[in-house]
Design a protein around this ligand. Structure first.
Ligand code: G
Ligand code: G
Ligand code: NA
Ligand code: MN
Length: 252
């Protein structure tokens, strides 16, 4: 209940900040965008990790308001970078799959685009696979409603959830993010599992992001595959916006 009260207070008092972790092209390592990751500067507890409040917010339903607040922050930041003349970057925001249970989500996203005059394609939404299956029909409708804005959809933690193969081709998604647990196991050569995910993505015409690249060895292995994009502490951690934007002008 503590966190529950604090969450609402925190939204109203601007205690949440988005950090931005670069996503880069796997071959040349130039930055193509960022994943936004929330940080909570709690007045009494100090820094609170998302792991300590996202699941609580999911359970209380406050995740809806929190995510919409964070989407607004991301929209404001994207607009600021666009006005500063920064080159096109796509920002990926994590959202709860709960949003895909209500058609209202379409108008919320349209409102953010209008408010900040965002360029088409500047937003990507990242969701976990399990939530989408539960709402497949409505989720499809919602994603179609976002298509005029060229909002992209990325399936997070791919490979860890349900066996996705049966419905994957039905989902109007654009990007698969290979879960870090598969990247951790990359040694000597690309593992069969990563190869399988890559060929699946290729046949479904999905982009692939390898998440959690921590070693040069992992990067080199991935550079020998068809993987498009990477993300991980090897090249860059999540950073405050003003530090993250300094990384876009040369390869990481
Ligand atoms: O960097 P990391 O500790 O930031 O993130 C931990 C977890 O919190 C991840 O599972 C991530 O997907 C989730 N997360 C981070 N930011 C957000 C957010 O803005 N909204 C939601 N729903 N989840 C987030
Ligand atoms: O659930 P989701 O995949 O959105 O969570 C992303 C989380 O992974 C964030 O907490 C982010 O900080 C973290 N992360 C990103 N890159 C790395 C990495 O290279 N190593 C580790 N350990 N965590 C990472
Ligand atoms: Na994520
Ligand atoms: Mn992930």
């Amino acid at each position: 209940a503590d966190i529950e009260n604090d969450l609402q207070h925190g939204i109203e008092h601007h205690e949440f900040e988005l950090y931005y972790q670069p996503i880069f092209a796997i071959q040349q390592c130039h930055v193509v965008g960022f994943e936004a990751l929330v940080r909570w500067h709690h007045p009494r507890k100090g820094f609170v990790s998302p792991n300590d409040f996202i699941s609580i917010a999911e359970n209380t339903g406050q995740i809806i308001n929190l995510d919409l607040h964070l989407l607004d922050l991301a929209g404001k930041q994207i607009a600021a970078w666009q006005q500063q003349g920064k080159r096109f970057l796509r920002v990926t925001v994590n959202v709860s799959s709960r949003h895909f249970a209500s058609i209202d989500f379409i108008s919320h996203i349209h409102a953010i685009y209008n408010k900040y005059q965002l360029a088409l394609g500047s937003l990507c939404l990242e969701i976990t696979e399990s939530g989408l299956i539960e709402n497949l029909e409505l989720a499809t409708k919602i994603i179609e409603g976002l298509a005029p804005l060229k909002v992209m959809l990325c399936l997070d933690d791919f490979g860890t959830g349900y066996s996705s193969l049966g419905y994957l081709h039905q989902l109007p998604i654009h990007v698969l993010k290979i879960d870090k647990s598969f990247i951790d196991r990359l040694k000597d050569n690309a593992t069969p599992l990563v190869d399988a995910i890559l060929s699946l993505a290729l046949s479904l015409k999905l982009d692939v992001v390898a998440e959690g690249i921590e070693t040069q060895e992992q990067l080199i292995i991935l550079q020998k595959t068809q993987c498009d994009f990477g993300q991980g502490f090897l090249k860059a951690r999540p950073l405050p916006a003003d530090q993250a934007i300094l990384l876009i002008d040369k390869p990481l």
